[in-house]
Design a protein around this ligand. Sequence first.
Ligand code: URA
Length: 207
Amino acid sequence: MDSLSEIADRVRICQDCPLGTGRTNAVPGEGPVDAEVMFIGEGPGFQEDRQGRPFVGPAGQFLDQLLADAGLSRERVFIANMIKCRPPQNRDPVPAEMAACSKYLNRQIELIDPKLIVTLGRFSLGRFFPGESISRARGRVRQKDGRAIYPIMHPAAGLRREEMKASIIQDFKALPGLLEEAARTPAAEAVVDEAPQEPPAKQLNLF
Ligand code: URA
C-alpha cells in the first residue's frame, strides 16, 4: 500500500474480520499525508458507519470544538481509528479485530510520519502502551518506537462525565505547545519516559 488512497481503497473492500459483513461503510480515516498530528480513536459509531467518515457523530462534534479551541483545523490533521468498521451495537473492539485491522493503521502512520500521535481513549493507548491505564497515562507525551505519543481520554467519555470533559479540554489546550516542541526535537533525542505499569485489576474502563 503506497498511498493513503490505496489504503482507503483496500479498507473499503476489506473482509479480513467479521465486521466487514455488518458495516454500511468502512471508515478508513481522513486527512492530509503531511499532517503533523494524527489522532487515533477507537472505531466507527453509528454516524461514522453511515457516512464513511471518522468522528462525525456527537463525539466528533466535541472533537471539532476541541480542535478549534487548540487552533487546529480538521483539514490539517489526520483522524484515524483502531478499527475501520463499526462493531455491532457499538461494542468494544476485540483483539482479533484490532489485529486484523492493524496493517492499515500501521501503514497510515508510516506514510504520514506525524510529529505527534494523539491517542484518544484506552484502545489506541493500548496499541502503544499495552496494559496501561488511561487515567494515569493521559496528558503526558511519551516516546515509543521513535514516535511521540500523547494520550488523551476519549471525547465520548467527556460527553458522559463532566470531570473527564475538563481533563480532555485541559489536555487539548496543551497541544499547540507540544506540537511546537515535537517539531523542534528529533525523535532520537527525545527523552524516553517509561511509566511503571499498573496491574490490570486496578484499571478503570474509562474509554
Ligand atoms: N469514536 C471513535 O473512536 N471513532 C470515531 O470515528 C467516532 C467515534
